[in-house]
Design a protein around this ligand. Structure first.
Ligand code: PGA
Length: 236
């Protein structure tokens, strides 16, 4: 089973367009059996999208309820039919100044609510050397050690997304991604996904190098291309 995650980010601009995109994706993937499809739309569309495709949120808060203006809790997401939550996306680390400490607290609350976290990790352009990359990934994954044993039944999906590849069209060369994957496999037993400028032409290469799935931003807003990728994954 391969994982294919659509991260719509802050798109599209209306519910009508969101429904249309969701419907087109659903239609395109309905006969596939080898892919776990997860669409992560903005919060406001979550309750309106229903189908075979699993739903995920793009973020959440680290408490289940209370006086936290503007925040959404894992429990709310669970009650709404969500099964997954993206955590630690590089855009949140960059624009919202999310730290590993904050992401660690979110991780625990998400697991408590029975949701599956999709934990994003990745190095910046400055940290790009092999040593620098390994060091930063290790630091970002440290939060897994603080998960209480009782919550260990749920395996987070780990998404390796080099930050310099996100939304740039400059995807990580598959051989570099492969080296990182072997490094991560030394101490992670759950599924590991690749993300960053994936398109129908390069998608298969990451699966061939051993990744368990893909996390896709830009191209997930184009139903035709996204469905094409899902068919590539289904065949491998
Ligand atoms: P991209 O985004 O596919 O547009 O590079 C990936 C991501 O942000 O997860």
């Amino acid at each position: 089973m391969k994982y294919l995650v659509a991260n719509w980010k802050m798109n599209p601009s209306s519910l009508e367009k969101a429904k249309e995109l969701f419907y087109d994706i659903e239609q395109g993937v309905k006969d596939l059996s080898g892919v776990e499809m997860i669409v992560c739309p903005p919060f406001v569309y979550l309750s309106e999208l229903r189908g075979e495709t699993k739903l995920g949120a793009q973020d959440c808060f680290w408490e289940q309820e209370g006086a936290f203006t503007g925040e959404i809790s894992p429990k709310m997401l669970k009650n709404m039919g969500c099964e997954y939550v993206i955590l630690g996306h590089s855009e949140r680390r960059q624009h919202l100044r999310e730290t590993d400490e904050m992401i660690g607290k979110k991780l625990e609350t998400v697991l408590q609510a029975g949701l599956i976290p999709i934990l994003c990790i990745g190095e910046t352009a400055e940290e790009r050397s092999e040593e620098g990359t390994q060091e930063i990934l290790k630091k970002q994954l440290d939060i897994l050690h603080s998960i209480p044993d009782t919550l260990y039944a749920i395996h987070p999906l780990i998404a390796y997304e080099p930050r310099w590849t996100i939304g740039t069209g400059d995807a990580c060369p598959p051989d570099k991604a492969k080296n990182i994957l072997s490094y991560l496999r030394k101490w992670l037993s759950g599924p590991i996904l690749y993300g960053g400028s994936v398109n129908p032409d390069n998608a298969g290469q990451y699966i061939d190098t051993g990744f368990d799935g893909l996390l896709i931003g830009n191209v997930s807003l184009d139903a035709e291309k996204f469905v094409k990728i899902s068919k590539i994954l289904d065949k491998i």
